[in-house]
Design a protein around this ligand. Sequence first.
Ligand code: HEM
Length: 199
Amino acid sequence: MNRIWNSRFAKPAVFSLCLLPLLVLAWRWQANELGINRIETVARFSGNWTLRLLLASLCITPLRRLPGQSGLIRFRRMTGLFAFFYAALHALHYYAIDVQWNAEIIWEDLRIRRFFIAGMLSLLLMVPLAATSFQAAIRWMGGKRWQLLHRLAYLSAVAGVVHFFWQGKAALWTPIYYGIFLGALLLYRVGYWGLRRRA
Ligand code: HEM
């Protein structure tokens, strides 16, 4: 498989795949195919893609340890940055289109609605990750500190799943499925770390 992952077409292909949800959304928007509640459809679509891409970027670490899959590491930064991009779009859509920068609503949301607090936390945790996702930042911080900081991606994903769960509107099973998936990834990380320490 590494031959495929390392080919020069792989990165543009993954980039296009990550961009596809945005293109689908833009297409449905201009064709007026977002249903009666356009705002809710966009919020749900962008929120789900944020979480999917965040989980996809977290999957890369365990998958690349399988034989012949080390080349997958080339896509970790890209999927992580796309998760941040969709998260920013998701939040911007809410603030600019849904509540139209109404400071009172925004403050009220963040003060009393735990659903918004979890969403904001998840987004804020992604900021230092995106800001240090470049080679120069790794050199500047040193590999160990950089790796430690980038574990925040797990916390961001936990906050994202909790945000979805607390929304309470959608079928409850979807955030539970995301949660089980994330739990399995976390379990793997803890197990791997434990084994390495013992060795
Ligand atoms: C400031 C940050 C954020 C704000 C203001 C925000 C706001 C919202 C709103 C208004 C909804 C729609 C609720 C409805 O159905 O009416 C929503 C849903 C959702 N958001 Fe966020 N969100 C934020 C951050 C995030 C982040 C970082 C993630 C992912 C890691 C995320 C994932 C989701 C998901 C999965 C849904 C539910 C989609 C569904 O119902 O299928 N959100 N969010």
